[in-house]
Design a protein around this ligand. Structure first.
Ligand SMILES: [Zn+2]
Length: 210
């Protein structure tokens, strides 16, 4: 059964909803389920692209600075480490969580879930991988902590400001993170949690009691 979020009317949820169609409440016509035209392969390819961009964003230099003959190059993790050494522990921890840990968890969890859906659809597996429901709930809780765009804005402002004092060279990682922001947003909006829920086994009351 599914309850309408607007008028609370209880109604039977259809087992399969064709792509590009919506299910509306029988009483108030609120959209209850919207099946996007985008397939799970589309989401999967975006997640794979995002993972590659994330790895480039972490492996290559973010920016290089050169002033009075001294050159400094830093990566994303190098910046976190540097802030920690400068006794800015709270900021360093926040940057680590919002730019590395949360996006990495988001990408890994989405990869795990979309691969599970694809394996079930292709008949290579009869059930979703273990912990799918927990991973799905966890990713929705962690996702708001991914703030790559805030970091990007801060980085761009500092680059412009520093540009007056030193020669700043933007590294490949910054372009990569810029592209990752767009890819991650596209993947998250195209991903439909129902793709996972509808493939999970229905738990019966007697099983739950056991
Ligand atoms: Zn309704």
């Amino acid at each position: 059964m599914i309850a309408c979020p607007e008028c609370d009317a209880l109604q039977q949820e259809p087992r399969r909803v064709p792509r590009g169609t919506s299910v509306r409440c029988w009483r108030c016509r609120t959209v209850l389920i919207h099946e996007s035209r985008k397939s799970i392969d589309y989401v999967f390819s975006l997640i794979v692209a995002g993972t590659v961009l994330f790895l480039i964003g972490n492996a290559f230099p973010l920016v290089s600075l050169e002033a009075q003959g001294n050159g400094v190059t830093t990566t994303l993790f190098g910046a976190v480490l540097h802030m920690w050494q400068q006794e800015m522990h709270l900021v360093s921890g926040l940057v680590l969580i919002t730019t590395i840990v949360a996006p990495a968890f988001d990408l890994a969890a989405m990869l795990y879930l979309t691969m599970g859906v694809l394996r079930v659809d292709q008949g290579r597996s009869s059930a979703m991988p273990p912990w799918s429901a927990r991973v799905l709930r966890a990713v929705q809780a962690v996702r708001p902590w991914g703030m790559l765009e805030v970091f990007m804005l801060g980085a761009l402002v500092s680059i412009v400001k520093l540009g007056q004092m030193a020669a700043v060279v933007v590294g490949p990682a910054l372009y990569s993170i810029g592209a990752l922001i767009l890819v991650l947003a596209a993947a998250n909006s195209a991903f439909n949690p129902r793709e996972v829920w509808s493939r999970l086994p229905v738990r019966r009351d007697d099983e739950a009691a056991a």
